[in-house]
Write a protein that binds this ligand. Structure first.
Ligand SMILES: [Zn+2]
Ligand SMILES: [Zn+2]
Length: 236
């Protein structure tokens, strides 16, 4: 896969590569952009591919995955942030080619995903869980719209947060990982978040997908805000 060096700490060896496979807006050449979110994480140490969300369409997901040089059968685990079509709609594209896959969903969605993907190992998650070394998911958060987020921790202590739509609110998500002030990068949809105090200590803001206040973020944090394009790849 192509690896760029847009967010690269030269003094340390990187642990994770995060590729954007689904987002509306701009796309790099060869990639298709569409409504929704999906990010492919490559754990450089374990050589595992983990998919965070799947976008709204299986064909587009598979196309972009191929463009990144990865096969559906290479993916070991899928984390679904929440059961909205634009986050879970592409899952069947991976499942059809790789039915024994591990799928991690908020606990309230476990029964539904079990029925829909009977050959997969579906885990309904309630609280923080380390799905493999230094890769954590929050488990189900939120009172009304339930959602989970993902946190990557590098060996040199940098924490990277991946979010679907942020329905439970940024503050509760940061709190779930007990990480306020320690998260250095955030990538994903922030929906209609208006209070950005938790982002003060973050030095890479890849707010995309459903983020309504991108303009405000861009003006407030011109050096930190990054306009995400489908196909982009970040190393941490
Ligand atoms: Zn969304
Ligand atoms: Zn949503």
């Amino acid at each position: 896969m192509q690896i760029s060096d847009q967010y690269y700490d030269e003094t340390m060896e990187e642990n994770f590569s995060v590729s954007i496979l689904f987002n509306e807006g701009e796309a790099l050449e060869g990639y298709i952009s569409s409504y929704g979110f999906a990010a492919l994480i490559y754990n450089i140490k374990s050589e595992d591919y983990i998919l965070f969300d799947t976008g709204n369409d299986a064909n587009i997901l598979i196309h972009n995955l191929k463009e990144a040089g990865v096969n559906a059968s290479d993916i070991k685990k899928i984390v679904i942030s929440h059961d909205h079509q634009e986050h879970s709609g592409g899952l069947n594209g991976i499942y059809n080619k790789n039915p024994n896959i591990e799928i991690y969903v908020p606990i309230e969605n476990q029964v539904k995903f079990n029925r829909k993907y009977p050959l997969a190992q579906v885990y309904g998650v309630e609280g923080v869980l380390e799905i493999e070394g230094n890769m954590y998911i929050s488990g189900q958060l939120g009172n009304y719209l339930k959602e989970q987020s993902m946190l990557l921790k590098t060996e040199y202590g940098k924490r990277i947060l991946l979010v679907g739509c942020c329905h439970p609110g940024l503050y509760d998500i940061f709190n779930a990982f007990n990480c306020t002030g320690k998260i250095k990068a955030i990538i994903g949809g922030l929906h209609d978040a208006r209070s950005f105090t938790c982002l003060e200590s973050v030095d890479f803001i890849g707010a995309c997908h459903c983020t309504r206040n991108k303009d405000i973020l861009e003006i407030r944090y011109p050096e930190k805000f990054h306009k995400i394009k489908v196909g982009e790849n970040f190393l941490f």
